[in-house]
Design a protein around this ligand. Structure first.
Ligand code: APR
Length: 308
C-alpha cells in the first residue's frame, strides 16, 4: 500500500492509460472507476499483473462503487461520452455536463479533501461544473488541456527543427478548444526563442496544427480520440502535485481577477504543487495575444452560460 492514492473516474482509453502510467510510475495506489460492469475491474487486474514487470508496488483497484475513491489525494475525471454521428456539440455538452456533475457530487461525498483534475471535454466547462458542484476552493479544481496542447506544440517544433523535444519549452493559454492561444513568443529551444530559429510561416503552420491537434488524431483514428498524450499530460500534472514538484505548466484554472477575468476557467501558466494550483502566473501579453486570449475566454464563458 502506498501513502498516496489517485482515483480515475472513467476507465475508457484516457482513464485506463492514465491508470497504467500511474501504476508504472509507482507513486501511488490507483482506483479505476467506471459504470460499465466488470470493465474497470478487468483493466485494473490486467494493469496489476504488469506491476511486477515494472518493479512497481502500486495497487490498482477497479470498481463500479464510488465508495472506493475514499481518501483519494487526487481524482481525475475522464468519464464522458464521445460525440456520435448526428449528435451536435450542444447535445454532447449537455450529456457530459450531466455525467461530470454526477461524478463531482460523488467526489464531494467520498473524497472531500481531494484535488480534482477535469479531463472530459469541453474540459474548461467541465472544470467549472466540478467547482460548482463540489464547492471546493478553486486551487483544488483544475483542468487538463494546456499540458497536452503544449506537448503537441513542442513535438511539432522539435520535428521541424530536427532536435530533441526535451529541449523545447512552450506556453499556451486560453480554453482547450479551437480558440486556444499558442504563444510562440514564450516558446524556447534550450532558452533560444523559437522565433529566432524558424520563419513566421513555419511557426504559423505549427500553431495551426497545434490548434487542430485533437481533430487530426480523431480523423486518423475514426472511432475515438487521442489518449496516449492526454494520459501522459495527466501524469505530469499528478506527479507535480503528489511530489510537490511545483512545475510551471499550462493549466486550466479558475481565474479570479487575473488577466482581468473573473470566475471563468481558462488555460494559464500555473505552479502545481501539493496544494493544487499554488500560483497563477500573469504574463505580460501583447495586444494580439491578449485579444486572442479574451476571445478564447469568452468562448468558454458562452458554453458555461449555455448549460446554466
Ligand atoms: N460515470 C463513470 N464513467 C462513465 C460515465 C459515468 N456516468 N459515463 C460514461 N462513463 C465512462 C464510459 O463507460 C467510458 O468507459 O467514460 C469512459 C469514457 O471512455 P472513452 O469513451 O474511451 O473516452 P476517452 O477516449 O477515454 O475520453 C474521455 O477525455 O479527452 C477527453 O474528449 C475526451 O471527453 C473525453 C474524455
Amino acid at each position: 500500500m502506498k501513502e498516496r492514492k489517485v482515483s480515475v473516474i472513467g476507465a475508457g482509453n484516457v482513464g485506463a492509460t492514465t491508470a497504467q502510467l500511474l501504476a508504472m510510475g509507482g507513486l501511488c495506489d490507483v482506483v479505476l472507476f467506471d459504470i460499465v460492469d466488470g470493465m474497470p475491474q478487468g483493466k485494473a487486474l490486467d494493469i496489476s499483473e504488469a506491476c511486477p514487470l515494472w518493479n512497481s508496488s502500486a495497487t490498482v483497484f477497479g470498481t463500479n462503487d464510488y465508495a472506493a475513491i475514499k481518501g483519494s489525494d487526487i481524482v481525475v475525471v475522464t468519464a464522458g461520452m464521445a460525440r456520435k454521428p448526428g449528435m451536435s456539440r450542444d447535445d454532447l455538452l449537455k450529456i457530459n455536463a450531466g455525467i461530470v456533475s454526477g461524478a463531482a457530487a460523488e467526489i464531494l461525498k467520498h473524497a472531500p479533501d481531494s484535488i480534482v483534475i477535469a479531463v472530459t471535454n469541453p474540459m474548461d466547462v467541465m472544470a467549472h461544473l466540478v467547482l460548482k458542484t463540489t464547492g471546493f476552493k478553486p486551487n483544488r479544481v483544475m483542468g487538463m488541456g494546456g499540458v497536452l496542447d503544449a506537448a503537441r506544440f513542442c513535438s511539432f517544433v522539435a520535428a521541424e527543427l530536427k532536435v530533441s523535444p526535451e529541449v523545447i519549452n512552450s506556453m499556451l493559454m486560453g480554453g482547450h478548444g479551437d480558440q486556444m492561444v499558442p504563444l510562440p513568443r514564450f516558446t524556447t529551444v534550450r532558452g533560444i526563442p523559437v522565433t529566432e530559429l524558424l520563419p513566421k510561416e513555419k511557426i504559423d503552420a505549427i500553431v495551426e496544427r497545434t490548434r487542430n491537434g485533437g481533430a487530426e488524431i480523431v480523423a486518423l483514428l475514426k472511432t475515438g480520440s487521442a489518449y496516449y498524450a492526454p494520459a501522459a499530460s495527466i501524469y505530469e500534472m499528478v506527479k507535480s502535485i503528489l511530489l510537490d514538484e511545483r512545475k510551471v505548466l499550462p493549466v486550466s484554472c479558475c481565474l479570479e481577477g487575473q488577466y482581468g477575468v473573473d470566475h471563468v476557467y481558462a488555460g494559464v501558466p500555473a505552479v502545481l504543487g501539493s496544494g493544487g494550483v499554488e500560483k497563477i502566473i500573469e504574463l505580460k501579453l501583447n495586444d494580439d495575444e491578449m485579444s486572442a486570449f479574451m476571445k478564447s475566454v469568452n468562448a468558454v464563458r458562452e458554453l458555461v452560460k449555455s448549460i446554466s
